[in-house]
Design a protein around this ligand. Structure first.
Ligand code: SF4
Length: 377
């Protein structure tokens, strides 16, 4: 099962409506963080290092609904922390479903099997399960032995009950591309609707500061992973964003595309940075110095960022912003296999277990990209 037509139509008509209204800065996905508490302590996470009094805080359902109504985005992603730890997550989800929002409830799935009875299957609710790769890699990445197997049980149960399930995977330096490709097969075998991938952002609060990817390494890694794609792999994200990760496209950041609301308020400017907070969504839009962010701004905090919360909205904007973008999206969806002998050879030449944290050797000659750059492999 792929993304329902009704969701595609909702997003497409929303974006076109914004364009007809001449609105240049509009939100596509609200990142609603109802709490920062988590039952894991992943090395690459920038959210769980808050002091105990902050970790105890959580948004009420009413605060969540007000943020969703104020923002108006057609999709709501609920990350955290671990949202299933929120005692009123059932009410929050029900309130958003009643508002006909397409919800991606991001979970590490440790509690999914136990809590799944709280929810009813609907096209509006997707469990987006945090899976960082094959068993050993995932367990290493989330610092929890057995975490992969528990998550797998949760996914199986959710799929069996008829829920929409996707995976979300964050990749860091040292990731073994071959292993990621095998992981894609494993996830599709489970019957998930699709997969989402993104490079990690170099959070200055994350315990592990040594394995974040720079832009050049990101392009090399994703070129290896996403070239010579298997037909059965389904990605639940913009194909143009995946081309961006492979270095085939250049996009500026669209930080307002995925605004963040959490226990501190509306976070400036994006999900990743915390340069202050606004009390209302309008205040966020009006008082944030947007030109100070994104790679082109020269802001060092943005220099290496290629994260989906900044750039996926740029890709969606491209799809609906011109015939060229629209046809490129259609072509990528229908025919995007990205055949590359060099990428295949590069895959065969490396065998570095990701959890050893070694830097992936980059030895091959270049692949000419379709649009903007040559990615050296
Ligand atoms: S480039 Fe990344 S860190 Fe900077 S504003 Fe955009 S999403 Fe945020």
């Amino acid at each position: 099962m792929g993304v329902p037509i009704s969701q595609m139509w909702t997003v497409a008509s929303y974006v076109l409506k914004q364009k007809f209204r001449g609105r240049k800065q509009y939100p596509l996905v609200l990142m609603l963080e109802p709490l920062f508490r988590c039952n894991l302590a992943c090395a690459g996470c920038g959210k769980i290092q808050y002091p105990a009094h902050v970790l105890k805080k959580q948004l009420t359902p009413e605060q969540c609904f007000q943020a969703v109504d104020e923002c108006g985005a057609p999709m709501v992603s609920i990350p955290g922390g671990e949202p299933l730890l929120h005692p009123q997550i059932k009410e929050i989800v029900e309130g958003l479903v009643a508002r006909k929002k397409y919800i991606y409830l991001c979970t590490n799935a440790l509690l999914l099997k136990e809590k799944i009875g709280l929810f009813k299957p609907t096209k509006y609710l997707t469990f987006s399960v945090h899976m960082d790769g094959q068993k050993e890699h995932h367990d290493f990445s989330v610092c929890r032995e057995g975490g992969y197997d528990i998550a797998l049980e949760g996914i199986r149960e959710a799929v069996k009950r008829g829920f929409r399930v996707t995976t979300n995977t964050t990749l860091f330096d040292g990731t073994e591309p071959k292993s990621v490709r095998a992981f894609f097969d494993e996830m599709m075998d489970l019957g998930v609707e699709g997969m989402m991938i993104s490079p990690g952002y170099s959070y200055d609060k994350a315990p592990d500061q040594t394995h974040f990817l720079g832009r050049a390494k990101t392009r090399k890694l994703f070129t290896k992973i996403l070239s010579n794609r298997k037909k059965r792999w389904v990605f639940n994200q913009s194909p143009l964003f995946l081309e961006f990760l492979m270095g085939k496209r250049h996009y500026p950041c669209t930080p307002w595309g995925m605004p963040t609301f959490n226990v501190f308020g509306w976070q400036k400017p994006c999900y990743l940075l915390q340069d202050g907070y606004a009390d209302t969504f309008s205040e966020l839009m009006e008082t944030t110095s947007w030109s100070s962010y994104g790679t082109e701004s020269g802001n060092p905090k943005c220099a290496n960022c290629m994260v989906h919360s900044g750039y996926e909205a740029s890709a969606v904007h491209d799809t609906f912003g011109s015939f060229k973008g629209f046809f490129a999206t259609a072509a990528a969806t229908l025919f995007g296999k990205y055949k590359s002998d060099a990428a295949m050879k590069a895959l065969d030449e490396e065998d570095v277990p990701a959890y050893h944290g070694a830097v992936v050797p980059l030895t091959m000659s270049g692949i000419k990209s379709r649009e903007t750059e040559t990615v050296e492999l």
